[in-house]
Write a protein of this length. Structure first.
Length: 187
């Protein structure tokens, strides 16, 4: 079985995270209402956080090296048929806060019954610049386990069909970028 995630620690400095956050706050394209109201199969709300969307073309100059590394991991370890990220694809800028007990319950990112494509990989980049507690990132694969601490500036890449969640924020604010690499439909 392939590993369920790849982890890179401290890829971005605190200064670079701050620069990215400030840029997105000033240049985001829209606020995603449907994602903030994500539900499970029983129509129970599972996501409680603020999500701003920004076009890839606006932020790729910050993140291209990280994405190139993800493409290399796919080439060497998975061999999925994946496509380049289109300039007009959105990436998610997620803000989890302790004020509203932000979290994102169990979900996967790859299911799309209506299109000819699937999300193949989820890349999470922690751009937090302030200390927070809670917000642990967990996966479910033969049981629940906590993924390595997603410290500020760190990156996790995982196949999007792996169940995962973000535990409630206890204090402070957790900021992440979620980038989805797509490809032809899983068969």
């Amino acid at each position: 079985m392939k590993t369920t995630y790849w982890f890179w620690n401290n890829i971005l400095s605190k200064e670079k995270c701050l620069e990215i956050n400030n840029f997105i706050e000033k240049n985001y394209d829209t606020i995603e209402k449907t994602s903030c109201e994500a539900t499970d199969i029983n129509n129970n709300k599972i996501k409680y956080c603020d999500v701003k969307l920004i076009y890839w073309k606006k932020v790729k100059h910050f993140l291209e090296d990280i994405i190139d590394n993800c493409y290399l991991i796919n080439q060497e370890e998975y061999g999925f048929n994946i496509w380049p990220i289109c300039n007009n694809h959105y990436i998610n800028y997620n803000t989890y806060t302790s004020e509203n007990n932000s979290n994102y319950d169990w979900h996967i990112d790859s299911v799309n019954h209506e299109k000819n494509s699937d999300v193949k990989f989820t890349i999470l980049i922690n751009t937090s610049t302030d200390i927070y507690s809670g917000g642990e990132f967990e996966q479910y694969s033969h049981g629940v386990y906590k993924v390595k601490e997603l410290t500020p500036g760190s990156v996790i890449m995982m196949p999007s069909y792996v169940y995962h969640r973000v535990r409630p924020i206890k204090s402070g604010q957790r900021k992440t970028l979620a980038i989805f690499i797509q490809g032809s439909k899983f068969i």
